[in-house]
Ligand binder design. Structure first.
Ligand SMILES: CC(C)(COP(=O)(O)OP(=O)(O)OC[C@H]1O[C@@H](n2cnc3c(N)ncnc32)[C@H](O)[C@@H]1OP(=O)(O)O)[C@@H](O)C(=O)NCCC(=O)NCCS
Length: 398
C-alpha cells in the first residue's frame, strides 16, 4: 500500500494546493498576479493536504459565523478548495481529508461546518445535509413591467470594480445579514471574491442603492452578448428593505443592451414575481441546493438555536464520522440537551442538518425514509419545534 500522509499545509504549500484544486475543477493554473491577490484568503492552519508523497488532495476552510434560528451567531467553518488530483480519485483521498478536517474542527470546538457542493452525491456520507435551497430567476427585460404600486426606491450609483472593491465589505455588512443562514464575511473572504469578480470575461459593475437613511442595497452584474441577445447576470444582490429591493430591480430593468436578466441563486421566498404586472415575467427555472451543513458538535449546534412551541421530542442521532455525537437529545421550546430518555425519532447526522434551518420538515424526511419514526405522533411536534418562519438563505459563495 502507498504511504499516505494527511496533514495541515504549510503556508508555502498553499499555492500548490490552490493549483491542484483549480485543476480538479478543470480551471487553468492561476497567474502570479491572481495568486498575489488570493494568497491572503488562505487562512493559516486551515488548509489540509494528502501526500503520496506528492500532494494529491486538498481541502481548506476559513472561520466565519452564521445566523441560526432565533438569531444567534454561531462559529462556522466555511469549507472550500476541495479537490483530488485526476488519476488519484476514488481511492479514499477525500474521505481521509474529511475525517482529518472534521476531527480538527471538533477538537477546536467549532459547532458547524458549511460548504457549497459541486455534486450532490459527495458530502452526505460525511454528515453534511442540504441546509438551504435557492432558485434561478430569469426575467424578459423587454416585456417585464413593474406594477405601479411597487415602492419607488431611491438613487442608484454604478461603480467600476476598482472603486467598488474597497466598499464591498461595508456594503455587505450593512445589507447582507438579514436572513437565517447568512454568514459573516471575514477580511480574508474578500480577496477571493475580488479574484472571482476580476476573472469574469465581461465588465463587472456594482450598483449601490441609497434610500433616505443611506446605503441599503447593492448588486454586482455583468452583461454577456450585448451585441446579440444581451444577458445581464447578477452575481450578488443584497438589500435591507423592500424599497431597496424594488429600486435595484428598477435599475436592472433600465440597463441598456439587455434582453434577459438572470439571477442564478436567489432565496425561494424572494418576491421578484410580485413586482411585475404580469407575474410570469419572473420565471423560476430551477431549484438547487445552495448550501450543505454539517453539525460538527451536535449538542452545541442544537443548543445554539431556538425552537417553536410544541411538546418536547427526543431524537436519537447517529454519526459515523464523529461518533462522539452519537446519542439522544431532548428538544423542547426551552432548548436542547442530552438525555437518556427513549427516542421518538432516529436519524443520521446528515438528516439532522437538513432539519436545522427549517428548510425541510421532519414529517417529510420521515415520509422519505430518512427519519425512523419510533413514535409516529412525534413527527408533528418535531415539525413545529424545528420550523422556522424567517427566510433561509446563505447568500455567500465561497
Ligand atoms: C469529489 C472528489 C473530491 C472526491 O474525491 P475522491 O478522493 O475520489 O473521494 P473518495 O475516494 O474518498 O470517495 C469516497 C466515496 O465517495 C464516493 N464519491 C466521491 N466522489 C463522488 C462523486 N463525485 N460522485 C459520486 N460519488 C462520489 C466514492 O465513490 C466513494 O464511495 P464508496 O465509499 O462507496 O466507495 C474528487 O472527485 C474531485 O476532486 N472532484 C473534482 C473537484 C470537485 O468537484 N471538488 C469538490 C468541490 S465542492
Amino acid at each position: 500500500m502507498t504511504d499516505r500522509t494527511v496533514r495541515i499545509l504549510r503556508p508555502d504549500e498553499h499555492r500548490a494546493a490552490w493549483d491542484l484544486f483549480r485543476a480538479a475543477l478543470h480551471v487553468p493554473t492561476g497567474s502570479d498576479e491572481d495568486w498575489a491577490r488570493v494568497e491572503t484568503s488562505h487562512q493559516a492552519e486551515r488548509g489540509w493536504g494528502v501526500f503520496e508523497p506528492d500532494l494529491i488532495g486538498t481541502a481548506r476552510s476559513f472561520d466565519a459565523e452564521i445566523v441560526v434560528p432565533g438569531g444567534a451567531l454561531l462559529p462556522v467553518a466555511a469549507v472550500t478548495g476541495v479537490g483530488v488530483r485526476a488519476g488519484r480519485t476514488r481511492r479514499g483521498v477525500l474521505t481521509a481529508l474529511q475525517h482529518a478536517q472534521l476531527n480538527d474542527q471538533a477538537e477546536r470546538g467549532v459547532p458547524l461546518a458549511l460548504l457549497h457542493a459541486s455534486e450532490g452525491a459527495i458530502y452526505g456520507r460525511y454528515g453534511y445535509g442540504v441546509a438551504t435551497l435557492a432558485h434561478r430567476v430569469v426575467v424578459d427585460r423587454h416585456r417585464a413591467r413593474l406594477r405601479p404600486d411597487v415602492p419607488a426606491g431611491g438613487e442608484v450609483e454604478v461603480l467600476g470594480i476598482d472603486e467598488a472593491a474597497p466598499k464591498w465589505p461595508e456594503l455587505y455588512a450593512a445589507t447582507g445579514m438579514g436572513r437565517l443562514a447568512a454568514m459573516t464575511r471575514p477580511e480574508l473572504y474578500w480577496p477571493g471574491f475580488e479574484s472571482w469578480m476580476r476573472r469574469q470575461s465581461q465588465l463587472v459593475q456594482t450598483a449601490v442603492h441609497r434610500g433616505p437613511d443611506g446605503v441599503d442595497g447593492y448588486l454586482t452584474y455583468h452583461v454577456e452578448d450585448a451585441k446579440e441577445r444581451g444577458k445581464l447576470e447578477v452575481q450578488v444582490l443584497h438589500y435591507s428593505n423592500p424599497a431597496a429591493f424594488a429600486g435595484l430591480w428598477r435599475f436592472l430593468l433600465s440597463v441598456d443592451l439587455v434582453d434577459e436578466i438572470v439571477l442564478p441563486m436567489r432565496p425561494l421566498d424572494e418576491p421578484s414575481a410580485l413586482l411585475f404586472a404580469d407575474p410570469r415575467m419572473a420565471k423560476t427555472e430551477r431549484t438547487d441546493d445552495e448550501s450543505w451543513l454539517r453539525l460538527v458538535d451536535v449538542q452545541a449546534a442544537l443548543a445554539g438555536r431556538a425552537y417553536g412551541s410544541a411538546d418536547p421530542v427526543v431524537i436519537e442521532v447517529e454519526d459515523r464520522t464523529l461518533p462522539a455525537n452519537d446519542g439522544r437529545y431532548r428538544i423542547s421550546p426551552d432548548g436542547a440537551e442530552r438525555t437518556g430518555a427513549e427516542p421518538a425519532l432516529r436519524m443520521s447526522v446528515d438528516t439532522l442538518a437538513m432539519l436545522y434551518f427549517g428548510t425541510w420538515h421532519a414529517s417529510a424526511l420521515a415520509a422519505t425514509g430518512r427519519i425512523e419514526l419510533l413514535d409516529p405522533a412525534a413527527a408533528a411536534a418535531a415539525d413545529e419545534l424545528f420550523e422556522t418562519r424567517e427566510s433561509v438563505w446563505c447568500g455567500t459563495f465561497f
